[in-house]
Design a protein around this ligand. Structure first.
Ligand code: PNW
Length: 474
């Protein structure tokens, strides 16, 4: 396909929103200030938090009131995500956080406070960002807080304890047993955590609709994600594997939100490892969104992997019985099919596939009755290079090209396929704490000089954003 020409703000429908996303833990700092108590990310990141403060935190509320007012005064519309992978450490200690259905009541209290305090000015609310990540990576892969399931260092820790030589090798089932014994259960906990996020989300949407929506006139939704799969070969088993990779990521959450139950492919395979919805729960979850926000970064080849999970304890990682093939057969697809993955991010999971955003949007439109959609994150990272070494970090042509090509396919999705997309947000406003990668990965349009008092330097991409999306030439 021909990649369309450069797109500007005026190429998009009237009222289309352009924005830049960030998240509290990734940019705020101030872990011991303003009455903030410790969170699971403080623990995971091995930083020390303060004491848990009970009740509501007036300093925190004042901070966000001030931020919202400043944004509005500058002509910027705030869009608020209530929870982005982080909860107070106290809730994790008390009842296991999202492992327990008790999280719903605490999340409701928190959301109620936010609606009451900020809802007069905030008109777009998002309950959770990336429930799949918290479930899969927090309780399956162990790569984000609270770091349960397959911990990334479990095997190395084991090797050190057992004084294995540095070049030790272990069979895959053996490695899996070590991971399994490390912490938690990656075969059940992720599904519980996903379930409780869905229930907590639905309860908050119900609260907003009942007590706030008619007066505040806002909308509420959730952020879901998908790594867009391309079947490695055009065979039935690889096509089915690609579909399963969608079922186990987007569908895990979107199917319950749309029809009140999990995808059949998950229910059939997982059996009682997948918690069931009661009739009342199913009714509450079904339709609990005014819009769906989607994070899109990357594509991948997917193939059926009959070996996945063989002779290993069950895990969310192997359950879909798929394998991702990243750098495989690029040339074949490049010449025969379409230009997949024409560049990569610093993070190895980002393999740039701009056409995927259009395929993803069309899929969501067709499968889920044409919902209102926002693209809530889209971006690419660079390796950290100190400004003292090179100013090239500021001339981020690759990032501009990434945004521009994705916007072109987004534009095609709207104009050619009639997908109801109402906004596009780049990730991210500034360089930030990139979770497990810490500050080694930079996603920002604005460079943060960590060596010099966190001074800010707009990159080329910030200027591109201004010229193309905020204030384009007539
Ligand atoms: C995002 N996927 O998560 C997070 O919401 C951001 O906080 C983070 O900085 C950003 O990723 C970059 O890492 C995602 O697999 C995780 O498609 C995974 C996917 C998408 C978004």
């Amino acid at each position: 396909p021909v990649v369309p020409a450069l797109t500007f703000r005026h190429d998009f429908p009237k009222g289309f929103i352009f924005g830049a996303s960030s998240s509290a833990f990734q940019i705020e700092g101030a872990v011991n200030e303003g009455g903030r108590g410790p969170s699971i990310w403080d623990t995971f990141a091995k930083e020390q938090g303060g004491k848990l403060s009970g009740g509501k935190n007036c300093e925190g509320i004042a901070f966000y009131n001030n931020l919202i007012n400043k944004l509005l005064a500058t002509g910027i519309t705030p869009v608020v995500t209530l929870s982005h992978w982080d909860i107070p450490q106290g809730l994790d200690d008390e009842y296991g956080g999202f492992l327990s259905p008790k999280i719903t009541k605490d999340f409701l209290d928190f959301a109620n406070l936010c609606f009451a305090e900020f809802g007069d000015r905030v008109k777009l609310w998002i309950t959770f960002c990336g429930p799949w990540s918290l479930a899969y990576s927090g309780y399956g892969a162990g790569t984000i807080a609270p770091g349960r399931g397959v911990s990334s260092t479990a095997v190395e820790d084991f090797a050190a304890r057992c004084r294995l030589p540095p070049d030790f090798t272990l069979s895959r089932p053996y490695r899996a047993r070590i991971h399994h014994a490390a912490l938690g259960d990656p075969g059940t906990e992720p599904y519980l955590v996903g379930h409780h996020q869905l229930l907590a989300h639905a309860a908050v949407v119900k609260l907003y609709r009942k007590n706030y929506q008619s007066t505040q006139k806002g909308k509420i939704g959730i952020i879901l994600q998908q790594i867009w799969p391309v079947a490695l070969t055009d065979t039935e088993k690889d096509r089915a594997a690609a579909q399963r990779s969608i079922d186990y990521m987007l569908g895990w959450f979107m199917d319950p939100l749309h029809k009140g139950d999990y995808p059949d492919s998950m229910k059939d395979f997982l059996g009682c490892r997948l918690p069931p919805f009661t009739y009342e729960e199913s009714q509450m979850v079904k339709g609990s969104y005014d819009f769906i926000a989607l994070n899109y970064y990357t594509g991948t080849y997917v193939r059926y992997d009959p070996e996945a999970g063989a002779n290993e304890p069950p895990s969310v990682i192997t359950d879909p019985r798929i394998a991702y093939e990243s750098k495989f057969k690029i040339s074949h697809h490049f010449f025969v099919n379409k230009p997949l993955f024409f560049m990569e991010g610093y993070s190895d999971w980002i393999r740039v596939y701009p056409a995927g955003i259009q395929e993803f949007l069309v899929y969501v439109k067709e499968k889920y009755d044409n919902p209102v959609i926002y693209i809530s994150e889209n971006g690419i990272d660079d390796k950290d290079v100190p400004l003292s070494t090179s100013w090239e970090s500021l001339t981020d042509h690759r990032r501009v090209s990434y945004y521009q090509s994705h916007l072109s396919y987004l534009w095609k999705a709207i104009t050619e396929n009639g997908v109801n997309v109402k906004g596009y947000f780049i990730w991210s406003l500034t360089d930030n704490f990139e979770w497990g990668e810490s500050i080694s990965s930079r996603f920002g349009n604005v460079y943060i000089d960590y060596d010099n008092g966190h001074t800010r330097h707009p990159k080329l991409s910030a200027e591109w954003f201004r010229v193309h999306l905020l204030n384009p030439p007539k």
